[in-house]
Design a protein around this ligand. Structure first.
Ligand code: B12
Ligand code: SF4
Ligand code: SF4
Length: 346
């Protein structure tokens, strides 16, 4: 089986991008990764810093017989506007990747189909996000794109609204080669990041300052000094990709599972959801990952940042929650609201 045959089969399985990398360590990337962890930039994401950190330095620690990595990319761009165009302070912003169904299942299903077509029933391992593998680095090696200053994998033709997945296999397949870095002198993502999470020279993010970290991964309180910069974001953040010129002509994904369902819901409606309603509304959505309390924490912060007096009542309701995470963020949000205009009656 040649690399060209495999990439053509991958397209039949719903992947816009496919390529082959060698299942070998990437010493420069591993060194950068471990150094990033040592500097504390992974915050409280234990799965990046525990014994799995070292597994990321060599794919053979995931599958000892691995010789090649089949890397795929699946487009998830939707037709809706960019977060940078959002004007309505009554709405919360969900990042593009979470508008439809959870990609973990969608990409895995496609990879299982591909593994079936390739006859890889044994000696292979399917990875989508959660495996300790430096996915962006292997995708770059497989020729899927370059790693931009915003740290996203960018493809010259379709941009960066792309999920990554891999099949580690014992098959020996001719590897592709990485494309050049096409960021040039551009610094748009670095300049636009509201929390200065991107290093001044780019190519590195301090997760402890990154909005997706506070709104998705973190179970505790969002740092108070960064809450205002979170703006209307209630799940993830797209700003550094919205401003990227390589996403200007990104095609729209054809995958039905990524039909946009949750892109800018009204905050007041979200603040009133019971736990059961939260589960039902976000069934099969990545938003479940924030959990009910984390989600209401995010909604409270966005309501505070909207400054709208009309949110005082729903926030007062959240401030009575027995869950202190929700209650504390609601109290903070109430303090951000603009005082009601004084009555003019004499
Ligand atoms: C932890 C994590 C996060 C963290 C940390 C993000 C980060 N940039 O490190 C948080 C929660 C903040 C996050 C946010 C998002 N994530 Co995330 N995340 C991951 C995860 C699980 C691990 C990433 C990691 O190891 N980070 C540590 C850093 C050091 O590693 P790295 O980013 O891979 O960096 C490598 C290169 O940048 C390179 N490098 C470093 N310095 C330099 C310098 C130069 C000059 C060069 C050339 C290279 C280079 O070496 C590094 C080590 O190999 C991956 C899945 C996976 N298993 O890899 C998904 C993943 C990276 N995330 C993904 C997505 C979609 C997102 C969000 C868009 C979601 C959202 N809308 O909110 C944002 C994007 C934010 C951003 N600009 O990165 C996708 C990215 C797809 C793509 N096209 O790039 C991935 C690959 C998941 C997937 N399977 O599709 N994420
Ligand atoms: S995702 Fe948002 S917060 Fe994180 S680096 Fe990009 S612009 Fe900054
Ligand atoms: S905005 Fe500019 S610097 Fe940032 S990733 Fe895109 S091209 Fe590179």
């Amino acid at each position: 089986m040649t690399a060209a045959q495999i990439t053509s089969l991958a397209r039949d399985c719903g992947f816009e991008l496919a390529g082959i990398a060698r299942a070998e360590p990437l010493p420069n990337d591993s060194r950068r990764y471990l150094d990033w962890v040592d500097r504390g930039m992974a915050g409280a994401m234990g799965y990046l810093t525990d014994r799995r950190a070292i597994v990321r330095t060599d794919p053979k620690l995931l599958l000892p017989s691995a010789r090649s990595i089949i890397c795929v990319g699946k487009l998830y761009n939707g037709p809706e506007p960019r977060s940078t165009e959002l004007q309505d302070a009554e709405l919360g912003w969900v990042s593009r990747y979470a508008w439809g169904d959870d990609y973990h299942h969608v990409v895995r299903r496609g990879l299982e189909k591909l593994a079936g077509k390739l006859g890889l029933h044994h000696e292979c391992k399917i990875c989508v996000d959660t495996a300790p593998l430096l996915e962006r680095s292997y995708a770059r090696e497989a020729g899927l794109g370059w790693i931009g200053k915003n740290t996203c994998l960018i493809n010259q033709e379709i941009g960066s609204w792309v999920f990554l997945g891999e099949i580690l296999t014992s098959l020996e397949i001719e590897a592709d080669s990485p494309p050049p870095d096409r960021c040039g002198t551009c610094t748009r993502c670095i300049d636009a990041c509201p929390t200065q999470a991107i290093a001044p020279q780019g190519y590195e993010i301090d997760a402890r300052r990154c909005i997706p970290y506070f709104t998705i991964e973190l179970h505790g309180a969002a740092p108070e000094e960064l809450r205002a910069a979170i703006g209307q974001h209630i799940f993830g953040c797209d700003i550094c990709q919205d401003v990227c010129p390589w996403n200007g002509r990104a095609p729209i994904a054809e995958e039905p599972a990524f039909e946009p369902r949750h892109f800018a819901p009204p905050l007041e409606e979200l603040a009133g959801l019971s736990e059961d309603e939260f589960r039902a509304r976000f069934h099969a959505s990545p938003i479940q990952r924030a959990k009910y309390a984390g989600f209401l924490r995010n909604v409270a912060v966005a309501m505070g940042n909207s400054k709208l007096e009309k949110f005082r009542e729903p926030l007062q309701h959240l401030a009575t929650f027995p869950n202190e995470l929700v209650a504390e963020h609601a109290r903070w949000a109430i303090e951000q609201l603009l005082p009601a205009p004084a009555s003019t009656s004499s």
